[in-house]
Write a protein that binds this ligand. Structure first.
Ligand SMILES: Nc1ncnc2c1ncn2[C@@H]1O[C@H](COP(=O)(O)OP(=O)(O)OP(=O)(O)O)[C@@H](O)[C@H]1O
Length: 461
């Protein structure tokens, strides 16, 4: 255990919350670093820190020890969901629906399982930086520039078109349920209240209203209808989301639920006239109170605002995760590092982690070039050791290759660039096409300011 006095603490970047203080000899406060024990979900997913919390779940940063990619583990407490009406049914429905879906703009579920002893359900999901609601809430203007609003809106419509084509009505479309991946792609999430239409049903009728009231359509909130078009209700919610993206406000508001419902039912939508006419027209037609008068996905995709090209604004006008907080990294640093250290009994002192510059690799047969002894390398760099070991047991399936991405940019998005492991630009990926799948293994590191290279032998399978 590392000890340090309170003077030492001044230079210690470790947040105080992770340090346990106690009093020694009346004069000094001695701080003892809280030990982090490696905790796996199953024998494959190493848990990192909490990245989000829902009403019955916690979402944790996770390293997939097989593919060495970053994932998000949604951990659902069954004890909590038993107290929520339909709680367990909703989670099971979400898993069932996600398993059937595969689209760029829908969150990917890699794995789901339960732990009967801990009474928990686990969903291993694609890792994202956060949701659009958080991004908007943390911005000054609370809205996107038109270019960025359109960038996300088009992806939202693509995602909706896909799920509708698979007979799924989302029922809870809102910015909080749109996650953004590290490569800035919108992912629809939270299918807990989604409805899967029966294959024998010849329409998209839904009977149960769910989701956030401010985003619900008039036909859902009034309670006057036995059923309504699920697809048109999702389009209404997408219209409310677009209104929010571009104005920072909601088209129908109120101080209480009754006022919101009354506004949705009765108020005419007012769009600020500083917005372009084509956008005003799109919003007005997506927010038509009569579902039959509302635009279809097809007409939204061919609407003039969607088709017209907007030039991107300067980078500082685009909202990014972390940009509202200068100290934060726009790609959150991987938080499993201390757990990896614990797993490998890493002790600091002469902190060789600082030497490590870049790490990326894929699959089998690493050879250590030049003077760097393999064994000392392993003891000095527990991370590399872990990664090499896990590589050696990984097969070369297409799935893993696609997890690894296609370019240096994409590799960066995998967020292996934690505090101690920074990606160098020179990560090399060759032939990522269906032809060969030959991803060139590469582990670059720097020691004593000298870049070295653990080279690869990439045989194609
Ligand atoms: N795949 C993911 N990658 C990164 N962060 C995520 C991921 N999934 C969820 N989160 C974060 O975790 C938070 C909680 O997500 P979760 O889906 O459990 O609950 P929620 O839908 O936001 O809340 P509730 O269940 O109360 O409706 C989200 O707000 C989001 O910021």
């Amino acid at each position: 255990m590392a000890h340090c006095t309170n003077e030492d603490m001044l230079d210690d970047p470790e947040p105080l919350s992770s340090i346990f203080p106690y009093i020694d000899s009346h004069t000094h406060i001695i701080y003892e670093k809280k030990h982090k024990y490696a905790d796996f979900i199953g024998d494959r997913y190493l848990k990192g820190s909490l990245i989000g919390e829902g009403s019955y779940s916690k979402v944790k940063d996770t390293l997939d020890a097989q593919s060495l990619t970053r994932k998000a583990a949604k951990i659902v407490s069954r004890k909590k969901i038993r107290k929520i009406p339909n709680g367990e049914i909703n989670v099971r429905r979400e898993v069932m629906i996600l398993k059937k879906l595969s689209h760029t703009n829908v969150i990917k579920l890699f794995h789901s399982f339960q732990d009967l002893i801990k009474d928990k359900l686990y969903l291993i999901l694609e890792y994202c930086l956060g949701d659009l609601q958080t991004l908007l809430d943390n911005s000054i203007m609370k809205c996107f520039c038109l270019w960025q609003a359109k960038y996300y809106f088009v992806q939202l419509i693509d995602g909706l078109e896909y799920i509708h084509s698979r007979g799924i009505v989302h029922k809870d479309i809102k910015p909080g349920n749109m996650l953004i991946s590290a490569d800035d792609i919108l992912k629809l999430t939270d299918f807990g209240v989604a409805e899967e239409l029966s294959p024998f049903q010849n329409n998209d009728e839904c009977k149960f209203a769910q989701g956030a009231p401010a985003f619900q359509s008039p036909e859902e909130v009034t309670g006057l209808h036995d059923s309504w078009s699920g697809f048109k209700a999702d389009i209404w919610s997408a219209g409310v989301s677009l209104y929010n993206f571009t104005t920072g406000q909601y088209p129908f508001e109120g101080d209480c639920l009754y006022q919101i419902i009354s506004s949705i039912q009765n108020d005419i939508v007012v769009v600020p006239n500083i917005l372009p006419c084509s956008l005003i027209d799109l919003l007005a037609n997506m927010l038509q109170k009569i579902p039959d008068n509302r635009l279809s996905i097809y007409s939204i995709k061919s609407h003039s605002w969607v088709l017209e090209i907007i030039s991107p604004p300067p980078e500082d006008q685009i909202l990014r995760f972390g940009c509202y907080n200068k100290a934060a990294n726009s790609h959150r640093g991987l938080t499993v590092t201390p757990y990896l250290e614990s797993l490998h009994n890493y002790t600091d002192g002469n902190d060789k982690r600082q030497d490590l510059f870049c790490l990326q690799g894929y699959n089998r047969n690493f050879e250590i070039e030049n003077d760097f002894d393999q064994n000392s390398h392993r003891s000095c760099f527990p991370y590399v050791n872990t990664l090499i070991n896990t590589h050696s047991v990984v097969g070369g399936s297409e799935q893993q290759i696609s997890n690894f991405g296609e370019s240096a940019d994409h590799l960066e998005s995998l967020n292996l660039d934690l505090d101690h492991l920074r990606l160098a630009n020179s990560v090399e990926v060759i032939d990522n096409t269906a032809k060969g799948h030959g991803v060139k293994d590469s582990v670059l590191y720097q020691r004593n300011s000298k870049t070295k290279h653990i080279s690869q032998s990439c045989k194609q399978q």
